[in-house]
Write a protein of this length. Structure first.
Length: 236
């Protein structure tokens, strides 16, 4: 049994040594250079999300629930007047408020309402009207999925061309015309940066008589392609 194990160990070591020698020879035969190319495009944020909160407080939890429901229904009727708005509700909760003796002093409740749209005709007017019903909680701008997909398709074509051109430049810098590209990786783009309008600015704008001014800002979309260019050495 020991002799069989010794034979198997010897064969394994021989194969490993052969493979290592072949790898060393292959490493000497080719020069492998890692490189990357990044392309980007600045686009205007075309999607806005605004969040409001319906709040209520009373000694009776059923009254709290009813008041919140009424606020949300009124807000929904206002929103339905404008097309192209996507509405989502959430964050509904009612909880007791205790005094120092751990007795229930009152009940409080709230529910969030988010409005999302890519096109904002009439949005400023809706926001001003909603301010009389709900509490403003925040506004953020971002790149819509549709625009992001269109831009990333362009960046992919540009990136691949730039990636191939750089590989050619690297080979020529080594005095070679022939080269191979291996191990190509296309990195997923980072999520677009969200621009949040300062809350104090948005609040003061919505409280003013004129419609609020909304600065959507811009976002940089990036795509990185990395890989290895392989060039044959002169000694082989």
């Amino acid at each position: 049994m020991n002799s069989i194990l010794s034979i198997l160990l010897a064969v394994t070591l021989s194969l490993f040594a052969f493979g290592q020698a072949w790898a060393d020879e292959d490493a000497n035969r080719f020069n492998r250079i890692s490189f990357a190319e990044t392309v980007s495009e600045t686009v205007s944020n075309d999607q806005v999300t605004v969040q409001f909160i319906a709040r209520a407080q009373d000694s009776d939890p059923e009254t709290v629930a009813r008041e919140i429901n009424q606020q949300m229904q009124h807000a929904k009727r206002l929103i339905d007047r404008t097309q192209g708005l996507r509405v989502q509700t959430g964050g509904y909760r009612i909880h007791p408020v205790y005094d120092k003796d751990q007795n229930i002093q009152t009940w409080r409740g709230q529910q969030t309402l988010s409005i999302e749209t890519q096109n904002s005709p009439g949005l400023a007017k809706i926001l001003t009207e909603l301010q009389s019903l709900l509490s403003y909680n925040g506004m953020q701008f971002s790149v819509s999925r549709q625009q992001q997909e269109r831009v990333m398709e362009r960046l992919l074509k540009q990136g691949i061309q730039a990636y191939r051109d750089k590989a050619k430049q690297i080979a020529r810098a080594f005095g070679k015309e022939a080269f191979n590209i291996t191990e190509t990786h296309i990195d997923n783009p980072m999520p677009p940066t969200i621009y949040r309008q300062p809350r104090t600015l948005a609040l003061s704008a919505m409280k003013a008589e004129s419609a609020p001014v909304m600065e959507a800002g811009q976002t940089d979309l990036r795509l990185t392609i990395s890989g290895v260019v392989t060039i044959r050495n002169d000694t082989f």
